[in-house]
Design a binder for this molecule. Sequence first.
Ligand SMILES: O=C(O)C1=C[C@@H](OP(=O)(O)O)[C@@H](O)[C@H](O)C1
Ligand SMILES: C=C(OP(=O)(O)O)C(=O)O
Length: 435
Amino acid sequence: MTKSENIIVTKPTRTVNTTIQLTGSKSECNRALIIKALSLGLVKVDNISEAADAVKLLSVLKEEVTDQKIAAILADEEPELVANRQLQTVDIGPAGTAMRFLTAYFTLQEGEVILTGSERMKQRPIGVLVDALRELGAQINYEENEGFPPLRIAGPIEQKTGRIAIKGNISSQYITALLLIASSLPQGLELEIVGELTSKPYVEMTLAMLEQCGINHTWTDNVISIAPQQFKETNIWVEPDWSAASYWYSIAALSDEAELFLPGLTAYSKQGDSAITEIMANFGITSQFKDGGVHLSKSAKPFVNKLFDLKECPDLAQTVVVVCAALGHNVSFTGLETLKIKETDRIAALQNELAKIGVKLNEDNEVYTLDCSSKFTPEHVVFETYEDHRMAMAFAPLAILLPKIEFEDHKVVEKSYPDFWNDLEKAGFVLEVKG
Ligand SMILES: O=C(O)C1=C[C@@H](OP(=O)(O)O)[C@@H](O)[C@H](O)C1
Ligand SMILES: C=C(OP(=O)(O)O)C(=O)O
């Protein structure tokens, strides 16, 4: 893929005072879109995310679930319609959730599809999910490398069993993918999670959203059960994205003075990344929920060194690591194991880019510790982004402390937060896209 231009970012003052309307959560939105498709229109979705990953999934499902098809299915005419279906290739680019959720979704649909993605997506493992779906009875083949996209999926599934086991420590998205289709499976699903469950709040989000749409479950010990059930008419409102909010917390933490208002965010969010409120309290950021959103303000507070465990909120890792590095705190982190299989190897990317300000991120037995003893302030530094939106967004707040920073491939942010640079400008950052 060709890269977009570089962008130069500076911040003349160390104060921020503004209101930022964040787009909808890509995680909530992509679940809502799959649920909507499976409910054949009974579920509606409001405040759809502008994240490229959500826009992409929406466009795929729009082609899949046309009004004509719904009418045909309701009139029991689907076989005729489907007989004409050509083998199609669906390319979801870099969208991890879309890849995993559609893999499960397509096993329920008639006909054959090839599901593929970006070059990086072809390196992100999917074998655990494919094995689970095959065990249920799905027909899925690898088109290139065993265990990785692209996949050839032939549906609909002839379910062989209602109970399977799945490893929980690689990606919670595999579990979500299975839970989303569970109530539509003829025998339902009993899913036994083996070993540790990573990113647990994302599984809880899935179950809460299903519950909201009339799908009940039980979760006893490590077994989640969902019987075959009908969706009920529901309007889902997608909350703004808490992972995107984390960059505003970071901006507040690096500023001398900060008053920010983020409308639409709630104290009782389904998004695990709302844990950023507790994490950033350590840096003197107060979160007050009023006026239909969250107000952030900054007060001087001595930092007490601690260990941050980010297993439940991996998408906050870059934000928090970079803030600690920028403030010179030699903090330790655990729960970073899954970062190596995300948009890039985020551990390696963090190590490379932090080295540009003299900070090391050392690993010892799965505990990562910052060493800021040689930190320095370069006059002009160019950060690489590794086709990872969060590398750009986590490092951008450094413009508050460094004279001039530059990012390659500025459009990388579109994956989850297309308005990121515009919003920075609104907050007083000065931007220049290099021609
Ligand atoms: O289910 C989801 O919406 C997500 C789950 C997490 O992935 P893992 O479960 O692979 O950690 C997270 O990193 C990703 O951005 C979104
Ligand atoms: C890991 C991420 O996304 P995904 O897995 O959905 O590509 C992310 O947004 O940080």
